[in-house]
Design a protein around this ligand. Structure first.
Ligand SMILES: Cc1ncc(C[n+]2csc(CCOP(=O)(O)OP(=O)(O)O)c2C)c(N)n1
Length: 741
């Protein structure tokens, strides 16, 4: 091992090479033996009862249990109150039983194939489930909370999630130095060496808004210890490693070696040792008998992050409604004024920024907002209500498109900064805005973990461009899309994904909305029943919400709705680039004041809507293309003939509102128009749903770019030509005449 830092070298020398450091008192030796007994006999018990079940036993590395318990004892002694752990499959059940102290019958129940699941969702295998437990640490007699995070099979993916949750628990306790909350990450040696997310997680360790002030990493190293049964219990390692496994089979188990030693030196007697074994075997047998009494399985018993008080006693939302998301005019004005100011004295900002702030002040006076100001108002309003807001991602403080400027920099004093959002009120929740490291996988995992700690926080992760989210695909697929179904755990994380075809090339154009939509769980073919609660219950049943807002006001509302809902769902927002500065993409305070709310669909409200029977075509669209369509319609003088209706919430699909809109224009042909290529964007998602609404009686024609392998062209001219071509089709009222569907 080569370490560059003298201080670190000294530390290792002192801790590991102090003479006598490995000498234990008799009491310590007996504790170690008792813990080894539990570790060994737990695996033996499972092997006896369920000999043909996979459990990824710890055989060969049993000392991990006493080692972890020693770490926790020592941490408790030093003032730690909460330990958050992440670990892979190997030895996980043993850790649950003997470190976290999950009731054994709950673990044994998981082996019973006949038990029915009590909770909604698809559940997960037993060696992935999480756990939360408050208990007294025997060694110190102090209270300690232990939480093991649920995780997917994808090795090491949970690492940043654990760190994010740890940071959040430290943050909400005011534990800035990490003296009360800490994390432990366990790794297999192959995964630790091979998975890049390990490095991405380590890389967060020194960034102020991401550090957890140190983590204990335990690598279960098969080069030092061994797997007695190969990869899992169903494996035959002799197939591929015959000589090594001949040696392994000859190994005397560590419990026997240690017990023989302690008996030989008189620390324990053989009888004491055998009694210890018999005592633990009895505990297992009794729990096994009790486990037979269980009739149903509750995944809820395996929650790693309970949110006390957020749900009712049955774990259900307290209501199925959402209040209006608008706020008072005074509040809008106040936030607008602070967003336009430099709230500290003698602070010189850049002249370019002064212009931006003056423009914000002007907008506030005129009662209008652009995108950045709408976001400011949503965030600011939460702070007043005591809701912490955290925005993380590459360059988010300034904003990739230099539109946000949430952190002001003094032009004359190096590193002097000011965050006006934290100067809104004397009593307010804190606002955290932080430029992340250049990582998506690690950072998105971290924010997801952060969002798990509390339902009363708005945690947003912004991609530099939406295109880059796919390096975090594992977090999106394995946790965000499916986390609730697998682990009954809600999460309200918000993904802000800049998206839009603007001739910026194949990797700066598309947040791949089609992928999020393809993973949405609402049924394309089922015609829903419309009740008064339809909007909220549809949100409750979905796995995530996908929106593409066309106005700043709607962006403001959807952010506000995220917290006002009585449950939490991940929110995927396709955010704009050119619309950030588009003169038309502004909203009036009238659309944001008390009583106003998020519009899932923005219907046509111009000339076409006034004489709907004369309308020849309704174009449905989402996002920025709306502005191109409106301009083209005006140019072609087709405002009476063509209606343009915007879908703002794409998933779950607003069947109810679109049905009304379709019925309003009985003589019109129906077009879905998108700027994305045909095999991307929204078409494949919306088409079957529109057809369900009209019971397959009317076609929904496609207008947009041709299918393509790359998400966008890198050639500006090709981009403009294809735009021209699809706009022409959109307003050619004969385009679909005589065509069958
Ligand atoms: C990202 C990922 N790739 C591949 C796998 C399949 N897989 C499961 S266990 C395993 C071996 C892990 O080896 P190691 O980290 O040394 O842990 P051990 O099983 O030896 O304890 C592999 C490749 C996985 N679960 N996750």
């Amino acid at each position: 091992m080569f370490i560059n830092d003298v201080e670190q070298c000294q530390w290792i020398r002192q801790k590991f090479e102090t003479p006598g450091v490995m000498k234990f008192t008799n009491e310590e030796k007996r504790t170690l033996l008792a813990r080894l007994v539990r570790s060994m006999r737990f695996e033996d018990f499972l092997a006896r009862k369920w000999s043909s079940e996979k459990r990824f036993g710890l055989e060969g590395c049993e000392v991990m249990i006493p080692a972890l318990k020693t770490i926790i004892d020592k941490s408790s002694e030093m003032g730690i109150e909460y330990v958050i752990m992440g670990m892979p499959h190997r030895g996980r059940l043993n850790v649950l039983a003997n470190v976290i102290r999950k009731e054994l019958e709950q673990i044994f129940c998981q082996f019973d194939p006949k038990l029915e699941a009590a909770d909604e969702g698809s559940g997960d295998v037993k060696y992935h489930l999480g756990m939360y437990h408050e208990r007294i640490n025997r060694a110190t007699n102090k209270k300690i909370t232990l939480s093991l995070m649920a995780n997917p099979s994808h090795l090491e993916a949970v690492d940043p999630v654990v760190q994010g949750k740890t940071k959040a628990e430290q943050f909400y306790r005011g534990d800035t130095a990490g003296k009360k909350v800490m994390s432990i990450l366990l790794h297999g040696d192959a995964a630790f060496a091979g998975q890049g997310v390990v490095y991405e997680t380590f890389h967060l360790s020194d960034l102020p808004s991401y550090t957890t002030n140190g983590t204990i990493h335990v690598v279960v190293n098969n080069q030092v210890c061994y797997r007695r049964r190969g990869h899992n219990e169903m494996d035959e390692p002799m197939f591929t490693q015959p000589l090594m496994y001949k040696q392994i089979h000859k190994q005397v188990p560590v419990l026997k070696k240690y017990a023989d030693k302690l008996i030989a030196d008189g620390t324990v007697t053989l009888q004491e040792f055998e009694e210890e074994i018999a005592k633990y075997d009895r505990i297992c047998e009794e729990a096994y008998t009790r486990s037979k009494d269980n009739k149903i399985l509750h995944i809820k018993h395996w929650l790693d992050s309970p949110w006390p008080g957020f749900f009712n006693v049955d774990g259900e939302p307290k209501s199925m409604s959402c209040p209006p998301t608008g706020i008072s005019e005074d509040l809008l004005t106040h936030i607008g004024n602070v967003a336009s100011s430099v709230p500290v004295k003698d602070f010189k900002i850049h002249a370019g920024l002064s212009r931006i702030l003056r423009a914000r002040l002007e907008m506030t006076k005129n009662r209008v907002v652009d995108w950045a100001l709408a976001e400011y108002m949503a965030f600011g309003s939460f702070l007043k209500e005591g809701i912490h807001v955290r925005l993380s991602g590459q360059d988010v403080e300034r904003g990739t498109f230099s539109h946000r400027h949430h952190v002001l920099h003094d032009q004359e004093v190096d590193k002097r900064t000011c965050v006006p959002m934290n100067h809104l009120w004397e009593q307010q929740a804190p606002y955290t805005v932080c430029n992340s490291s250049l990582s998506e996988y690690g950072v998105l995992g971290f924010e997801l973990g952060f969002a798990m700690a509390s339902p009363n926080a708005l945690v947003c992760w912004e991609a530099q461009f939406g295109d880059f989210h796919n390096t975090a695909q594992c977090i999106i697929d394995q946790f965000i899309s499916s986390g609730q179904a697998k682990w009954v755990r809600h999460n309200g994380i918000v993904l802000l994904l800049p998206h839009g075809m603007e001739g910026m090339g194949p990797e700066h154009s598309s947040a791949r909305p089609e992928r999020f939509l393809q993973m949405s769980n609402d049924d394309s073919d089922a015609y829903p029943e419309f009740s008064e609660q339809f909007e909220v219950s549809q949100l409750y049943e979905c796995n995530w919400i996908v929106v593409n807002c066309s106005t700043p006001a709607n962006y403001f509302h959807v952010l506000r709705r995220q917290i006002l809902l009585p449950f939490r769902k991940p929110l995927i927002i396709l955010t704009p680039k050119s619309l950030l500065r588009h003169p038309e993409a502004k909203s009036s305070f009238d659309e944001m004041v008390s009583g106003t709310t998020f519009q899932r669909v923005i219907p046509e409200n111009g000339l076409a809507a006034h004489a709907p029977h004369e309308v020849k075509r309704v174009i449905f669209c989402t996002g920025k293309v709306y502005y191109d369509l409106v301009k083209e319609r005006k140019n072609q003088d087709l405002e009476k003939q063509v209606a343009i209706t915007r879908l703002e919430q794409i998933s779950p699909f607003p069947f109810d509102l679109l049905k009304e809109e379709l019925e309003k224009y009985p003589g019109a042909d129906l077009v879905w128009c998108q700027e994305e290529h045909k095999n991307s964007g929204y078409y494949d998602y919306v088409k079957p749903r529109f057809r369900t609404i009209v019971n397959h009686t009317r076609p929904i024609w496609y207008v947009g770019r041709e299918p393509a392998a790359a998400a966008a062209t890198g050639n500006k001219n090709t981009h403009l030509v294809s735009l021209r071509r699809f706009l022409d089709t959109a307003f050619n009222l004969e385009a679909f005449e005589g065509k069958t569907f």
